[in-house]
Ligand binder design. Structure first.
Ligand SMILES: [Mn+2]
Length: 304
């Protein structure tokens, strides 16, 4: 029998895939966005899940609806590992391990899953695997000890994409080296990538326009990549601004701030969005895009 893994799409979400590879178990997987949880669970629980020995769910704050589906399924082989405060309502369920920190140290989905797996599969008790999990934890919780390595690991995930990243890291960790290390080629790649991002940040800084939006002083830029990094960079460089607005016209508007007294969840909710206090987003819709095209080309006819 095989296992099933359902997990998030970021570094903390795909690292459980790596850990599963290291157990040697056969498994199916789905890496999904938060907004697709209900859809995924509705479809999943319509299927015959008896072919799975274990069903693991990692780094996803499940909805009450998803928990109802789990409870009503009467399956007793489901385990949920998560570290988001918003998931605390489910922390006493008997199939969940939901903790934000361990002994006062912030934890992540990958670490909680790792702590469970390493007791079950002895082959996971290797120093390089521990080091890898620790880098994921640092990046995901923004509690850096070795920020450069953690950020580099995240860049590698961006550069390689889900499938190749999981393959590459699994292969490396199977070798049980003393330490988790990047290759010479990767180190060179990180340097090139870093230079590219630095040029990009300078360019965005020069393109930024300042507007007052709903009584907040906003630095507005258009961009598609490196949103968090650009948001942090511009917000730190321009303390006179309340927040940075990053418009990715092909998908969404992101809001970032480094200010203690600005609540972006509140600000984004004015535009139908939401998120956290220092990072939030709202949609940039088909209609918004149409208005740009109309305004620019004046006369347009929409083809289906
Ligand atoms: Mn996470």
């Amino acid at each position: 029998m095989k296992d099933l893994l359902i997990s998030h799409v970021d570094l903390d979400g795909v690292s459980p895939n790596v850990l599963m590879n290291l157990t040697g178990r056969k498994f199916d997987y789905k890496n999904i966005e938060i907004m697709d949880i209900d859809k995924t669970f509705d479809e999943l629980f319509k299927k015959d899940l008896s072919k799975y020995e274990n069903i693991y769910i990692c780094d996803l704050t499940l909805t009450e609806h998803a928990h109802d589906l789990i409870k009503n399924s009467n399956l007793n082989n489901i385990k949920v590992f998560d570290h988001h405060v918003s998931h605390y309502f489910a922390k006493d369920y008997d199939y969940t391990d939901i903790r934000v920190d361990i002994d006062g140290k912030k934890t992540c989905g990958t670490e909680l899953f790792y702590l469970y797996l390493k007791d079950k599969y002895k082959e996971l008790n290797h120093n390089d695997i521990k080091e890898y999990v620790e880098l994921v934890r640092q990046l995901d919780t923004y509690t850096f000890i070795d920020e450069e390595s953690a950020q580099n690991l995240n860049s590698l995930h961006d550069i390689l994409g889900h499938k190749e990243f999981v393959q590459t890291i699994s292969k490396r960790l199977k070798k049980n080296k003393k330490h988790f290390e990047f290759t010479q080629f990767e180190k060179r790649l990180f340097k090139i990538e870093r230079n590219k991002i630095n040029r990009y940040l300078l360019q965005k800084d020069s393109e930024m326009k300042v507007y007052t939006i709903h009584n907040k002083k906003c630095g507005v830029v258009f961009q598609e990549n490196n949103k968090s990094e650009t948001g942090n960079y511009l917000s730190t460089k321009h303390p006179e601004l309340d927040l940075i607005v990053l418009i990715d016209a092909s998908s969404r508007v992101s809001y970032r701030t480094t200010k203690e007294d600005v609540d972006l969840n509140e600000f984004a909710s004015l535009f139908g969005g939401g998120g956290h206090k220092k990072a939030a987003g709202s949609r940039f819709s088909d209609d918004d895009r149409k208005q740009i095209v109309e305004r620019y080309f004046k006369e347009i006819k929409i083809e289906e």
